[in-house]
Design a protein around this ligand. Structure first.
Ligand code: ADP
Length: 684
């Protein structure tokens, strides 16, 4: 059985009611759009043809309408739109005297040009409906304003030439008419009509201040455009100041409102000028239609070009700012939702995320004002500052510092930061994340402190132990020295015996020295050595060290060392201390054992394949059942003079070597201690 719900035929075949409604509204949009296009084209065509047929129109408006439409609708609809204007061109009453072949010819030229321009713009521009970047503006100018109109004008000029007009004059008029349509009218349609249509609002969202500004700007523009177009008598001297009166307003519009402002301002001036020309009120009125068109074209070309350039730069900067703002916003949203404390800085700004602010209990303003410094422990501030000053800021930084929490407690924080670079390699600042490591640090401290306490305790214990052991060789030395002195009293001192005694003294002295050296090494917390060593030799050394003490305490020592054992790996001094401790404990445990029954057996043997086992057996008091589980715990002792660290240290040493230590009672009395040490395995 499938877990998915089964689809009925109705579900799968019949569109849902929502889908049908959407389809219907889509169709309605299409039909409406088509109707709007027809109406717009009709008026554009009539307006374009309003100029005498003796000359070309100063703007060929129909081009703008057609191009904008082709940019908006999918290419599969293009043929319909293009063909649909043919009746308008053939049957509108604007030019009854124009021959049919001419109308058909210009229809073909205009349509081809519109399709080619639309294809080029769709292909080369990032967004063919907007002139947002210098690159897109350049592509637009190249194809829509220069290249395609220039080539298309060749066809137009040929057609007109057939009607008796001068070829190159017509080419120039035709070209300027088409070029200016795309420079003046198309951007206005794209920004004012298509823009609003796509934003689905005809009501611009502007503030009160902006509304006042737009009103002032519009009034200024209309008044100055009127003065420029309608006054000045018959002069067409373009050097006259009044021609330039609208210019400041046009640039105002471009700088403050980008392409929307610029295209609007250009249209206002162009329409007013055109209106004046068409109604004979213009200073250009006494010129021939061709001269009028040319003067108009120059007038607009000179203004629109630079104005759009400024507007595009404004748009580009705005877009860059918007993108930066958006990316910063995105970053902030992410930063604010992570539990880590995050900060970033550039040359003039710093930012701290929500987690940081919650941690410090301060506001963003407070943190920004001091660049976070007020929350950092005063003793750490200079360290933090120097880590981020000069060339160091260009590197990754990993550092610890203390940060004051909202409750006033300074917490240890680990800060990791990386430098940020712009795509052009410019250093932008740093971004860092900070985590609270106080608990981890405290745990470590309790561990660095425990170890220290253990070592201190061990030091006391071991000092006593070793002092005790050093006493053995020292008393041996003294005894030997006394014997030598007594022998020297003899008339013929036995030189061989004396030589032996001196050798003994020397050996005992070296032993004492070695013991002290090892003690110092241990207390300096040197890393335990890991070297191959002969366990039997190490055991023999220890037994020799305790031999005099053992005989003084009437211990019978038995040594059973398995010959030919492989070397173990470890620290000789530490392992000898383990054994020394076990042997001394064994002697202590037999304090109450009758003198003749005091035995200590020390044995070595292989344990399985990997380890060597060392065994110390005594005939002492044994270990009571209550004692057994606590034997290796620190500070556990049953002895009056002991401190209970010997076995716990022995266990840490053995465990650190990868071995085990344990104890058991013998069946026939006394206890046995065992420990194992891994064999040395030669590499390769
Ligand atoms: P300390 O010798 O200072 O007491 P240790 O850690 O070396 O510290 O020994 C802890 C305790 O373990 C001793 O006090 C003793 O009770 C018990 N113990 C150690 N070795 C033996 C042994 N061979 N026989 C019986 N008890 C022992």
């Amino acid at each position: 059985m499938s877990a998915l719900p089964e689809l009925t035929d109705r579900d799968s075949l019949a569109p849902s009611r929502d889908a049908r409604t959407a389809d219907r509204s889509h169709l309605l949009h299409r039909v409406l759009g088509f109707a709007v296009f027809q109406v717009a084209f009709y008026f554009a065509y009539r307006y374009g043809m309003a100029f005498s047929q003796a000359s070309a129109s100063p703007f060929w408006f129909p081009d703008s309408v057609l191009l904008c439409t082709l940019l908006l609708v999918p290419p599969r609809w293009w043929a319909l739109y293009v063909l649909s204007v043919l009746p308008i061109r053939l049957f509108s009453d604007v030019a009854p005297e124009v021959p049919l072949w001419f109308l058909m010819g210009t229809f073909l030229i205009d349509s081809t040009r519109a399709v080619l321009t639309a294809l080029a713009l769709r292909h080369f521009m990032k967004n063919p409906l907007r002139l947002d970047t210098l690159r897109d503006f350049a592509v637009y100018c190249l194809f829509a304003v220069l290249l395609i109109p220039a080539v298309g004008a060749l066809g137009g000029a040929t057609a007109r030439h057939t009607l008796g007009h001068d070829f190159w004059t017509t080419w120039e008029q035709w070209f300027l008419g088409d070029a200016l349509a795309h420079l003046v009218v198309t951007p206005a349609i794209l920004y004012w009509i298509v823009g609003a249509f796509r934003a689905r609002t005809w009501r611009p969202v502007i503030s009160r201040d902006q509304a006042i500004e737009v009103t002032l700007l519009s009034v200024g523009l209309v008044v100055t455009s009127y003065i420029a177009a309608n006054t000045g008598g018959g002069s067409v001297d373009l050097l006259q100041t009044r021609f330039y009166a609208p210019v400041p307003f046009m640039f105002w519009a471009a700088i403050r409102f980008g392409m929307l402002g610029a295209s609007g301002a250009v249209v206002v001036t162009a329409v007013m000028r055109l209106h004046a020309v068409l109604h004979g009120e213009s200073s250009l009125a006494q010129l021939s239609p061709a001269e009028t068109a040319f003067a108009l074209q120059n007038f607009l070309l000179l203004r629109a070009g630079p104005l759009y350039l400024v507007a595009v730069l404004v748009e580009q900067r705005r877009n860059a700012e918007r993108l930066l703002r958006e990316s910063e916003e995105r970053f902030r949203t992410i930063a604010d939702t992570t539990p880590a404390l995050i900060w970033f800085c550039d040359r003039n700004r710093v930012f701290f995320n929500q987690s940081w602010l919650q941690f410090t209990g301060r506001t963003l303003e407070q943190e920004v004002r001091s660049r976070g410094a007020e929350s950092v422990h005063p003793d750490d501030q200079s360290r933090v500052r120097s880590a981020y000053s000069g060339s160091l800021a260009y590197e990754q930084v990993e550092m610890e510092f203390r940060l004051r929490r909202y409750d006033g407690e300074y917490r240890y924080m680990l800060n990791k930061s990386v430098p940020r670079y712009a795509p052009n390699g410019e250093f932008l600042g740093c971004i860092g994340s900070v985590v609270d490591i106080t608990d981890r640090k405290r745990a470590e401290e309790v561990d660095r402190a425990l170890a220290h306490a253990q070592r201190l305790a061990a030091m006391g214990e071991l000092t006593a132990l070793i002092a005790h052991e050093v006493r053995q060789p020292l008393s041996a030395i003294l005894l030997n020295a006394d014997t030598a002195r007594a022998l020297l009293q003899k008339e013929a001192p036995p030189l061989d015996q004396l030589r032996e005694i001196i050798d003994d003294i020397r050996r005992d002295d070296l032993l004492a020295e070695e013991t002290i050296r090892r003690l110092r090494a241990f207390l300096r917390d040197q890393e335990p050595l890991r070297e191959p060593l002969d366990i039997n030799a190490a055991v023999t050394d220890v037994l020799r060290l305790v031999s005099s003490d053992a005989s003084r305490r009437h211990m019978r020592m038995r040594v059973e060392l398995e010959p030919g054992l492989p070397p173990v790996v470890g620290d000789r001094t530490q392992l000898q201390q383990v054994l020394l401790n076990l042997v001394i404990n064994a002697m202590d445990a037999q304090a109450d054992t009758p003198q003749g029954a005091r035995h200590i057996t020390v044995r070595t043997k292989p344990n399985g394949n990997e380890d060597i086992e060392v065994i110390v057996q005594d005939r002492g008091c044994g270990i009571s059942p209550e004692t057994l589980p606590r034997l290796f715990l620190p500070f556990f002792t049953t002895s009056q003079s002991g401190i209970g660290l010997g076995l716990s240290i022995a266990r840490s040493v053995v465990v650190a070597h990868g071995g085990k230590i344990w104890a058991e009672n013998n069946v026939d009395g006394g206890a046995t201690f065992h420990f194992t040490i891994p064999q040395h395995r030669s590499v390769g």
